[in-house]
Design a binder for this molecule. Sequence first.
Ligand SMILES: [Zn+2]
Length: 334
Amino acid sequence: MIHPWNARLFRQLTADPEHMPHALLLHGPAGVGKLDLAIAMARWALCQRPTEDGACGVCDACNWFDQGNHPDFRRVEPVEAEAGEDDAAPTKKAPKKGGKLIKVDAIREVTHFLELTSHRGGWRVALIQPAEFMNPAAANALLKTLEEPPARVLLLLVSHQPGRLPPTVISRCRKVAVPLPEREIALGWLRLAGLAEPASPLAEAGGAPLAALAYAEPERAARREAFLDLLARPRQFDACQAAQTFQPVMAEAWGWLTRWVHDLLAQRLAGRTHYFPTRTEAIARIAAASGLAELLAFQRELAQAGRWLRHPLNAQLLLESWLIRYSEIAGAKA
Ligand SMILES: [Zn+2]
């Protein structure tokens, strides 16, 4: 699917099929449809009757693609790393032990596939996503194909953290920035998708429509409101109990707390609320009564924690320590 805000970019990328770059790195914020754009490009490249708006959707190639068995297409995604694979692990700022990885075997399989002649005499297409999950050996294995690409090969790398890819890989791809859509376009699309009040989830998602759609899912929205209710009354909640309640959704809780602290700082410094506009009153009140240096230090602490968030040793203790720290900082001067 090509989302409306990516339609022009799609036409630009596909305007000159005879001079397609052999490798594209689609990068940009999470939730703007990079993966959908990459899939649309793969489908278009393999389609027997492509148009400027994309694949035809009815030819044999499109049917095979849609059923997930086009012989000239491969998709590589991370798998769970096994214990002891740390040393094999990743490029800069590696996902830690127990995280997911794209391993060298998967990349070797795909580069071998790209060397073959296509079944249909057309393109061979490979999609690697998220590309930053390749470990160094996997990235190395890809380099040869990037340096000497076989004819009629399209390699699509998708990443919202391209800074974690080795420079040697980045420099051999054509970088394509997939930007945030304009707010009105995103709001209109979310309304069409069935959201009656899309402004609040879109703000929480920092303007990324697909993330906003996921954030608006009712159970998640209810959890978020309950968590924000706690943060809005920093001196009144029981951190231990709150940590127990929210530790099963540790990553969400970290995301809300991080955005909330960002909003406290944005209020303090610029009088703006970025992520939680419906909570502006509480955010302004707490921001005015909190120390700037303490908020900045807490923001740094949360950002660092985000790197190993997937596998904290003790989620509940960690969350409790953040909430205690928050209640010490927030409104301290009130
Ligand atoms: Zn087709």
